[in-house]
Design a protein around this ligand. Sequence first.
Ligand code: ATP
Ligand code: MG
Length: 179
Amino acid sequence: MSLRLFAAIRPPDELCERLAGLQRGVPGARWRPPDNLHITLRFFGEQDVHVAEALDIELARIRATGFDLQLKGAGWFGASEPSTLWLGVAESPQLEKLAADCDKAARRLGLAPDGRKFTPHLTVAYLRGTQPDDCARFVRRLAMFASEPFLVDRFALYSSHLGKRASDYRAEAEYPLLG
Ligand code: ATP
Ligand code: MG
């Protein structure tokens, strides 16, 4: 049996609910429901349950203190063929470090390297047929956007269950950060 796994930070529910108010005005956008919003630290892909257990042990060994994080601005992936619309994250060395620690955990188990540079973001929509101009308009509209800072006091290992509609994510394990 295998699971599609990733490590992520989940912003507070109230903040995710409020972000729904920003999710409008982009043709071809399939907006993510509040429950799905997260900041991915490391995508692990399809893994055997034994690897999942080993990963859980490695992630639980990460020692980090809690930190404040803030969503800021917006952007998109896919350049001239936009695929993903996201909110950005204000610069955070602690976030970079936590993502690097999750990557190290994966590499200790011999998982394939991620390949891409870590670009912290919170995906708000997947796009189909959306023009770069539409994305640019959304990004301009959110240029001054900044959420209130929120405390990251844990991260989690999620399994992703791809469905016809929005994927369903399940927290398999939670890792508290030090107070
Ligand atoms: P769906 O694929 O059904 O549209 P999804 O992309 O939200 O939904 P997953 O593909 O399981 O679900 O991805 C889970 C998380 O991992 C998402 O945040 C996604 O952006 C991220 N992710 C997926 N694939 C990669 C990858 N190859 N590299 C980095 N992050 C990835
Ligand atoms: Mg995907």
